[in-house]
Design a protein around this ligand. Structure first.
Ligand code: FE2
Ligand code: FE2
Length: 197
């Protein structure tokens, strides 16, 4: 029995009108969920892994829609920085899809999960270093808040706490394939940022 419980996004009191604070918190939630998956088993591991997959999917989608376009336009050397991050994200998505097709009790599951964790952590550190710090320096409060609206719309698609017995359209989408969740998240982010499809 695991005592680890990752708090739901929005449970804490961190500022939610600063896109960098929000994304840093998601990086923390992702790290905690990897621990939760590692240290649980059976149904508990299955549930924690679903939450991890969803959070990773909406987090990366939000970054692709909100953060990378800004970094590409506004940071010195932004084109290259973003190309590097996108390559890391593509590699992570491939590993994720492979894991997603595998049962959590498969003996190959844990080694692959740990490999994914290492690359996701490295990717997150690179984002924090090459994108987030510069975004804070080059953006005013209104700009940070505008980007935060997009990230919050994405986050609403991926509750990080278990939600037993929830039967709703949203829950059905969450139970479906990762690609569908990414599409829905992209639409939600664009709507929140005032852009249409
Ligand atoms: Fe990312
Ligand atoms: Fe990230």
């Amino acid at each position: 029995m695991s005592e680890i419980r990752t708090p739901a996004a929005g449970d804490d009191h961190s500022r939610d009108d600063d896109v960098v604070a929000l994304l840093m918190r998601q990086h923390g939630d992702i790290r905690n969920l990897f621990d939760e998956v590692e240290h649980s088993e059976g149904d508990e591991r299955r549930d924690a892994f679903r939450r991890l997959v969803r959070l990773l999917a909406v987090h990366e989608t939000a970054e692709e829609e909100v953060v990378h376009p800004f970094a590409r336009r506004s940071l010195p050397g932004g084109e290259q920085v973003v190309e590097d991050r996108l390559a890391e994200e593509r590699a992570a998505k491939e590993t994720l899809a492979m894991l997603d097709d595998m049962d959590v009790d498969d003996p190959k599951f844990l080694p692959r999960l740990l490999a994914l964790r290492a690359s996701v952590q490295e990717h997150a550190r690179a984002e924090e270093r090459y994108e987030f710090t510069h975004i804070r320096r080059s953006t005013d409060a209104a700009g940070l808040a505008a980007m935060a609206r997009g990230v919050k719309a994405a986050e609403a698609m991926a509750p990080t706490r278990p939600h037993p017995g929830v039967e709703s359209a949203a829950a059905n989408v969450l139970a479906g394939p990762v690609a569908a969740l990414m599409d829905r998240t992209k639409d939600a982010v664009r709507k929140a940022m005032g852009k249409d499809g």
